[in-house]
Write a new protein. Structure first.
Ligand code: PEP
Ligand code: MN
Length: 336
């Protein structure tokens, strides 16, 4: 931390000095022409930093180290997230695929049977939907969770579904293998804490307005509750441009992989929002070192109950899957 004071504030400097000595921090005092700069080293919490910030007469306080720790490579070099059933995210490349929403047992069965024939082990499906309009399809709720469980079990897949309300946690724990915390709930810290405490694997999506720091702090909440099975999912951010649903900063992938030990996947479906661009963006994610992609897949996108415009059909998925297989083998890697 670096504390900056105006040169004439010598009484404030004395106060700062006393507080730093009391806290056992190491510091020095550099007197410039206009400012006094006090670099401080030691184990400083966010609370300590804010206390110095609030001293009347302190010009500014700059934080030097990152505000999170458990998610970083300093804490651990690499995490492989075991989601059961011999599926480990962080080892090989994973496809997490399925419909935007679970629509019926028959339709999920058809999608899962196709995906499993391609070797996909993780089945996604929304059951409680966060729709912008209250008049849009809201999902099948608990019935959808039961369908996810049955279909996933039948095909030896692991299920992934988004929780939107803490009150549903028990039914998620009963039926679902990986709990998704969606973009709109990334800031729901009460939900993060409880999902963290549950110990279930979590797929955490970045909120469209979140900085990387906010995203990693949300993951820190999960780890702080003792849950180490966390997967980070980039899904794009909101910008001024509405030609493409969200702006995906693809550099986020290598950056998160560099800073954090957690696996990183990309969701180009919600990020791009236009089915025909999704294969190219998925391929780029492989080259950038992602641990997987989450894709919305439907046998008849034009009749899907939600997000049909961004769902790829079986033929598109087959081509994408094959091309990614080729890219992975050229990189000396493979699909998990
Ligand atoms: C989803 O994956 O079903 C979803 C709603 O995505 P996001 O939270 O990223 O908008
Ligand atoms: Mn969707």
């Amino acid at each position: 931390m670096i504390i900056v004071l105006k040169r004439e504030k010598t009484d404030v400097l004395e106060d700062v000095r006393r507080r730093l000595m009391r806290g056992g921090f190491q510091f020095s005092v550099l007197e410039g022409v206009k400012y006094i700069v006090v670099p401080v080293v030691g184990d400083l919490s966010a609370g300590d930093i804010n206390r110095f910030r609030s001293i009347n007469g302190v010009e500014k306080v700059l934080r030097v180290s990152s505000p999170y720790y458990l998610v970083t490579k300093e804490c651990r070099t690499k995490s492989v997230v075991d989601v059961g059933g011999d599926v480990r995210i962080g080892e090989g490349f994973h496809f997490i695929a399925g419909p935007c929403s679970v629509e019926s047992e028959e339709s999920l069965e058809r999608i899962a049977a196709f995906l499993v024939s391609k070797g996909v082990r993780l089945l996604r499906g929304g059951t409680y939907k966060m729709r912008s309009s209250p008049y849009s399809f809201q999902g099948l709720g608990e019935e959808g969770l039961r369908i996810m469980q049955q279909v996933a079990r039948r095909h030896g897949m692991r299920s992934v579904s988004e929780i939107i309300d803490l009150r549903n946690l028990d039914v998620f724990l009963e039926h679902i293998d990986v709990i998704q915390v969606g973009a709109r709930n990334m800031y729901n810290y009460a939900l993060l804490r409880e999902v963290g405490r549950s110990g279930k694997p979590v797929l955490l999506k970045r909120a469209p307005s979140a900085r990387i720091e906010d995203f990693l702090l949300a993951a820190e909440y999960l780890l702080l509750e003792g849950n180490e099975r966390v997967v980070l999912c980039e899904r794009g951010s909101l910008t001024f441009d509405d030609a493409i649903r969200s702006a995906i900063n693809m550099a986020t992938i290598p950056m998160l992989k560099d800073v954090s030990h957690l696996p990183v996947v990309l969701d180009p479906s919600h990020g791009v929002g236009i089915a025909r661009y999704i294969p190219a963006v998925s391929e780029a994610a492989v080259l950038l070192g992602a641990d997987g992609v989450m894709l919305e897949v439907h046998f008849d996108p034009s009749n899907a109950l939600s997000d049909g415009f961004q769902s790829i059909d079986f033929a598109q998925f087959s081509r994408l899957h094959e091309r990614i297989g080729t890219i992975l083998s050229s990189l000396g890697s493979s699909c998990a």
